[in-house]
Write a protein that binds this ligand. Structure first.
Ligand code: GLN
Length: 474
């Protein structure tokens, strides 16, 4: 299993050159990813150039960055300068990014190597990576199953051990759910703590960039690099970022209060998942944590609230893809209106169109008050549930998903059942708080089970702390 230190040690102890390491990684991807399809675009030439540059830097004795030579995969809705960025959509099939997202600038500065852009649900709308224009991604642990979504390619690239690190985006669960399906760690930070500059907007008030890793130490390392205020993102929050690695030095769960929300353990939850989560809760209690039953009473409204808020924002955000400024334009047209309608009809897939229609309807005059405004009010109640809960507890523990990775094709023709696969993750985005999914065991088919640990605003360091305790005592 690849980690930052295992790779860095090989390089710094001169066991392998960065160039040879990167060559090997591409060989591996070119063979095994034919089946898995975790990448849409591979950045081989650029990655090898950077590798050679880093080798030179090392032999010149220059200082090396925190991620020196570390290969990383990037979800294809994050801008990497001069690379293709498709959002897994036909409408952006040949679009190239004119600039770097802030997170990319930060990774480059630390000498990371971007390997390629990963597959996803089109415009991050989905939970299975089946809505991609570039074909489905398969779960590396069982090729008949989905990797989750929408950041399925990023989760699969880490789970397949192509790379130790990947970035994804999470609007309603798209980092945590695929992390849980693929048996890796996935974190959605507090809204506003990682810059969204250069992330293609789906639902701007919910979207957050976050990492996938094989270990909690790596999660702390990458979080140290990508977090922090960015004047280019108007929703970025200007507060001091802790040193997440230092914060991991004292792991202590004694007297920490853990809330178990009744609403998350009701019908619909797979029994094997429930049992493993309760085993972990008991284990935490045995080691000094205080377990407390809590209630998040508005949970039942989270999926419906999310689909109104997210679709409304999506309908506004995706209006820019009209054939004029970006990507694909249908040429067989008679006038401007036809250019818009034909480009969008041909360029967007069915799920994206469904969201745009749902959002446009919710925002239209006459329905705005009944849907959008109402949803905003309920969103506030959902957020308030968490604010109240965190007056009494330090963490909230839930399953990440009600099921393990489902079979390819199982839910794609039933949007409602697909929407329900994010039932445990969505309310976290509506509230803007941080949460992680950590692998806690396997079911009887040897498929991984993920547990979600939710913290209060800006409590990422505490979340990593308890996660590390569980990782250590696996
Ligand atoms: N599955 C949810 C949706 O389709 C969440 C997606 C996401 O987090 N990007 O909207």
């Amino acid at each position: 299993m690849k980690t930052i230190d295992s790779i860095k040690n090989l390089i710094l102890n001169k066991k392998i050159t960065v160039e040879n390491l990167i060559k090997k990684i591409f060989e591996d991807i070119e063979t095994r990813d034919k089946e898995i399809n975790s990448f849409i675009t591979l950045s081989k030439t650029k990655a090898l150039e950077k590798a050679a540059f880093l080798d030179k830097k090392l032999s010149n004795g220059e200082p090396v960055g925190e991620l020196f030579g570390i290969p990383i995969a990037i979800k294809d809705n994050i801008n990497v300068k001069n690379e293709r960025m498709t959002c897994a959509s036909k409408i952006l099939e040949n679009f190239r990014s004119p600039y770097n997202a802030t997170v990319i600038e930060k990774l480059e500065k630390e000498d990371a190597i971007i390997i390629g852009k990963t597959n996803m649900d089109e415009f991050a709308m989905g939970s299975s990576t089946e809505t991609s224009y570039f074909g489905i991604t398969k779960n590396p642990l069982d090729l008949s199953r989905v990797p989750g979504g929408s950041s399925g390619g990023s989760a699969a690239s880490v789970s397949a051990d192509f790379v130790p690190l990947a970035l994804g985006s999470d609007t309603g669960g798209s980092i945590r759910q695929p992390a849980s399906f693929c048996g890796v760690y996935g974190l959605k930070p507090t809204y506003g703590t990682v810059s969204r500059y250069g992330l293609v907007a789906f639902a701007s008030s919910l979207d957050q960039i976050g990492p996938f890793t094989n270990s909690i130490d790596d999660m702390a390392k990458i979080l140290n690099i990508i977090s922090g205020y960015d004047e280019k993102d108007s929703t970025s929050i200007n507060i001091k970022v802790p040193n997440f690695i230092e914060e991991l030095k004292n792991i202590d769960i004694k007297n920490k209060t853990i809330g178990i929300p009744d609403e998350f353990f009701k019908e619909g939850l797979d029994n094997e998942i429930k049992n493993i989560i309760f085993e972990k809760i008991e284990f935490l209690e045995k080691n000094g944590a205080i377990i407390k039953k809590i209630s998040l009473p508005h949970t039942e409204y989270s999926v419906s609230t999310y689909y109104i808020v997210a679709s409304s924002e999506a309908s506004a955000n995706l209006a820019r893809f009209d054939g004029v400024k970006y990507g694909f334009r249908e040429k067989n047209i008679k006038n401007l209106l036809e250019e818009y309608t034909k480009t969008r009809s041909i360029g967007f897939g069915n799920e994206v169109k469904r969201r745009i229609m749902l959002g446009t309807f919710s925002l239209s005059s006459g329905y705005y008050d009944a849907y959008y405004k109402k949803a905003q009010k309920v969103r506030n109640l959902i957020k308030q549930d968490f604010v109240n809960a965190f007056k009494e507890v330090d963490f909230i523990i839930t399953p990440t998903s009600p099921s393990i990775a489902f079979k390819i094709g199982e839910k794609i023709s039933d949007p409602l059942s697909m929407y329900l696969s994010d039932i445990y993750t969505i309310s976290v985005n509506l509230a803007g708080i941080p949460a992680i999914s950590i692998p806690v065991g396997k079911n009887s088919n040897s498929m991984p089970i993920g547990m979600q640990i939710i913290g209060n605003y800006f409590k990422e360091a505490e979340i990593l702390n308890i996660s590390k305790f569980l990782e250590f005592n696996k």
